[in-house]
Design a protein around this ligand. Structure first.
Ligand code: ADP
Ligand code: GN1
Ligand code: MG
Length: 366
C-alpha cells in the first residue's frame, strides 16, 4: 500500500483533529489494518483504518450494508441495556460525503472504525478465565442477534462454512496443482480423504431441519474479540465481515480450533499441538452461559462435532491455499499455510483421541 494513497484515503473520512501518524496493526489474515492517531483539541483520538480484501469479498457494497445495519441493531440493544455503544460494538466513521466506505482510484475499498480503547485482543489464551469470557461474549453476541432479520443479510462469502464445498475446493486445488506442491502434501490429503464421510454431517442436519439456521459470526477466532485490559471481560466482538446466517456449532467450533489448541495455529512442530480439555471446558461453560439456554438439544449434542468440523475445514482451506500458491490467507514466511494445515490436522487427530472426554464435558454443562 503506498503511503501517499493512505494519506489521501484518510482525508476522505470525517476524522476528529489532524492525523499525526498511522501504522500497520493486528494479526488478521484477510484485511489490511492500520491504527491511526489524530491530535485533537482535547488530546489524542484513535481510529482503525481497513482496506478490505477485494479478491475475497466480491460484494463490498453488500458487506458494508451488513456491517452498517448489524452494528446499528446492536447499538440500539446496547443503549437499551444501558451499555456504552462505542465500546461494545464497532462504530463506523462516515466519509466526508456521508458514506460508510470509500473506494480509491485503484479500486480498493476502505472503512474506518472508532478504535476501542483500553482493550486487548489475544493471539493465544493466557488463562482459562479469559477463554470463558470470550466464549460468553460470542454466545451473547449470537443471542443479541437472535431477532435480527436474517433474510436481509447478504452472504458475503458463499458457502463459507459449507464443509463439503470446502472439500470440493480442495479437490479443485489438487487437480490444478497451480504451485506444483502436490507431492509434498500426500500425507495431509490422505488424512482428509480418510474422513471424507464425516464432512457433511452438520450441513446434512441443517438440510434435514435438525439444526437451526441462526445469525452467526462465522469467524470466532480469539483475536476477533476485544477484552477490557483491566477487568479482562469481553467488550466488543469485531471482524464482522462474515456475519451471516450460519450454525451455532460452527461459531463454537471455530473458537475451539483456535483457542483450545495448546500450540499456535501455524506451529511447525505438530508434537506441540493438542486440544486442552481445560480450555475446552472453559469455552463450553462460557458459550452455554452466553447463549442463555437458547441452544437446542441437537445443537448441544453437536458441539464437539462443530469443533472437529471447523478444524478439519480450516485445515482443508489452508491446504488448498498452499496448493494454489498462497493467494487467500496472508503469509509471512515459506510454508506457513502448510504448517497451518498440518497443525489443524494434528488437532483433529487429538480431538479424536479425546472424543469421549469432550462429550462428557458437554454433558456436564448442558
Ligand atoms: P482481519 O479480517 O484481517 O482479521 P480484523 O477486523 O479482525 O481484520 O482486525 C485486525 C485486528 O485489528 C484485530 O484482531 C484487532 O486486534 C484490531 N482491531 C480491529 N478493529 C478494532 C477496533 N475497532 N478497535 C481496536 N482494535 C481493533
Ligand atoms: C481468517 O480474518 P481472520 O484472520 O480473523 C478467515 C477465517 C479463518 C482464519 C484462520 C474471511 O480470519 O475464516 O478461520 O483466518 N477469515 C475469512 O486463522 O476467510
Ligand atoms: Mg480478524
Amino acid at each position: 500500500m503506498r503511503t501517499e494513497s493512505i494519506e489521501n484515503v484518510l482525508g476522505c473520512f470525517q476524522l476528529e483533529g489532524n492525523v499525526s501518524g498511522y501504522r500497520s496493526y493486528g494479526s488478521g489474515h484477510i484485511n489490511s489494518t492500520f491504527l491511526v492517531n489524530c491530535d485533537t483539541e482535547n488530546g489524542r483520538k484513535r481510529y482503525i483504518l481497513q482496506c478490505m480484501n477485494k479478491e475475497i469479498f466480491q460484494n463490498i457494497e453488500g458487506l458494508m450494508g451488513n456491517i452498517a445495519s448489524v452494528t446499528e441493531f446492536l447499538r440500539e440493544k446496547i443503549i437499551k441495556n444501558q451499555g456504552d455503544p462505542e465500546r461494545e460494538t464497532l462504530t463506523l466513521v462516515k466519509s466526508v460525503d456521508g458514506q460508510n466506505y470509500v473506494t480509491d482510484a485503484e479500486g480498493n475499498s476502505w472503512r474506518v472504525y472508532l478504535f476501542v480503547e483500553d482493550t486487548i485482543s489475544f493471539d493465544a489464551v493466557e488463562k482459562p478465565e479469559d477463554f470463558y469470557e470470550s466464549a460468553y461474549s460470542f454466545g451473547h453476541f449470537q443471542r443479541l442477534l437472535s431477532d435480527y432479520p436474517a433474510d436481509t443479510l447478504v452472504e458475503t462469502i458463499p458457502d463459507f462454512h459449507n464443509t463439503p464445498v470446502r472439500f470440493e475446493q480442495l479437490e479443485e486445488a489438487i487437480k490444478n496443482n497451480k504451485a506444483g506442491r502436490l507431492e509434498e502434501v500426500k500425507n495431509e490429503l490422505e488424512f482428509v480423504f480418510a474422513r471424507k464421510e464425516e464432512l457433511g454431517m452438520a450441513m446434512n442436519m441443517l438440510k434435514e431441519g435438525k439444526l437451526p439456521l441462526r445469525v452467526t459470526h462465522n469467524d470466532t477466532k480469539l483475536n476477533n474479540i476485544l477484552m477490557d485490559k483491566d477487568t479482562r471481560k469481553g467488550i466488543c466482538i469485531i471482524d464482522l465481515d462474515t456475519v451471516m446466517p450460519g450454525l451455532s456449532i460452527h461459531d463454537f467450533g471455530d473458537s475451539i480450533r483456535f483457542g483450545a489448541n495448546t500450540a499456535a495455529e501455524d506451529e511447525p512442530d505438530t508434537s506441540k499441538v493438542s486440544i486442552s480439555l481445560e480450555l475446552f471446558e472453559a469455552y463450553v461453560k462460557g458459550f452455554l452461559d452466553g447463549c442463555e439456554g437458547s441452544l437446542t438439544n441437537a445443537e448441544v449434542d453437536m458441539l464437539p462435532m462443530g469443533a472437529k468440523l471447523m478444524t478439519i475445514e480450516c485445515g482443508m482451506r489452508f491446504l488448498a491455499d498452499y496448493l494454489n500458491g498462497d493467494v487467500y490467507f496472508k503469509t509471512h514466511r515459506e510454508k506457513q499455510n502448510l504448517d497451518r494445515a498440518r497443525s489443524q490436522f494434528a488437532l483433529v487427530a487429538d480431538m479424536e483421541k479425546k472424543w469421549q472426554e469432550m462429550k462428557a464435558i458437554v454433558e456436564k454443562y448442558r
